[in-house]
Design a binder for this molecule. Structure first.
Ligand code: ATP
Length: 312
């Protein structure tokens, strides 16, 4: 199964200086293995370190300790294999959507002809539903349209990995749902390993193969990994109507609530997993009764995220 591993994050540490200049480990001992083509969402309370992990995987944020390997090689800065989409697409205001996407395509396809590059830009703008807005400037487009350009720009680079940092965070819920489907549609056609930071439990469930739940910082790490049994291509209705949907959702919410409660607890209190175990048993029992592929990692991952991952 080793060949199937695309990203291997081992004992990742990130320390930032506090106001007195002393290093504080925001992320500490973060372990995660992602399979090739897998979609993993990272969820956790605000400020726990989700974006810090994502930007380290992107190679945009230096790591303090541990390692991140992509396709078996330790990363050393950003690379064309990894494209990032942030909450705000940062388009160049003096360029049309076509030219904004072309900017990256020129670099990604240096040996392509002008016509080939044009077709690539058009293909991806079309894929995100902007066939009629290729000549529009950012000021002429809504936030959702601009984000579509940002997504087209990232995917047109032909990355092997897509890193999404709350890509729909500033959009209304209808636009958000539309763009979720745009991304899923593209990922169904192209096998791109994807890590997405989100605050939205339903979004994480709808889009991911697994959800990585982070503990609160400082010293944040992987608290739980939740496998999602939904098939691809995904249909929103069938996910919502799936017999396990509300139990899986409950498991995520329960983890986040548990993290909230742990704020005021002593470290020894915080090491008890009894509440979580109840949820694990409930979900496993439901899975057995409904004869649906259970989330096999839930229980094991509670204590050994690395081992649980390795069993994939
Ligand atoms: N450059 C920096 N210097 C010092 N501290 C930082 C720096 N960047 C982030 N932090 C701190 O690290 C912690 C984690 O930040 P990060 O942005 O990764 O969290 P997050 O989980 O993505 O938050 P949110 O969900 O609110 O976006 C926070 O306490 C933040 O204040």
């Amino acid at each position: 199964m080793h060949d199937d591993r695309y990203v291997e994050i081992f004992n990742l540490i990130k320390a930032y200086p506090n106001p007195y200049g002393e290093p504080v480990r925001v992320v500490d001992g973060y372990d995660l293995v992602m399979r090739r083509g897998e979609f993993v969402s990272v969820i956790g309370h605000s400020g726990c370190g989700k974006s810090t992990v994502l930007t380290m995987v992107a190679g945009l944020n230096e790591i303090t300790g541990g390692s991140i390997a992509v396709e078996g090689r330790e990363i050393d800065g950003p690379g064309p294999d990894r494209a990032v989409v942030f909450q705000s697409p940062c388009l160049l205001p003096w360029m049309t959507s076509f030219d904004n996407v072309m900017l990256g395509v020129r670099k990604a396809y240096p040996h392509g002809t002008k016509q080939e590059r044009r077709e690539i830009v058009e293909y991806y703008l079309n894929a995100v539903g902007l066939a009629d807005s290729m000549n529009k400037y950012p000021r002429e487009m809504s936030g959702g349209m601009q984000q579509r350009v940002g997504i087209a720009r990232a995917i047109a680079l032909k990355p092997r990995m897509l890193l999404l940092d709350e890509p729909f965070g500033r959009l209304d819920s209808l636009t958000r749902m539309g763009l979720q489907d745009v991304i899923l549609g593209i990922l169904d056609r192209e096998r791109i390993t994807t890590m997405m930071v989100t605050h939205d439990v339903d979004e994480a469930i709808y889009m991911s193969d697994r959800v990585c739940m982070m503990t609160n910082g400082p010293n944040a790490h992987v608290g739980q990994l939740l496998d999602l049994p939904f098939e691809r291509p995904r249909c929103r209705e069938s996910v919502l109507e799936h017999p396990l949907y509300y139990d899986l959702r409950g498991a995520l919410v329960s983890f986040l609530e548990q993290q909230d409660h742990r704020h005021g607890e002593t470290p020894s209190d915080a090491s008890s997993d009894s509440n979580w175990d109840d949820t694990v048993h409930m979900v496993e029992a439901m899975a057995a009764t409904n004869s649906v592929t259970p989330a096999p990692h839930i229980g094991a991952a509670a204590r050994e995220p690395e081992l649980a991952d390795a069993a994939v």
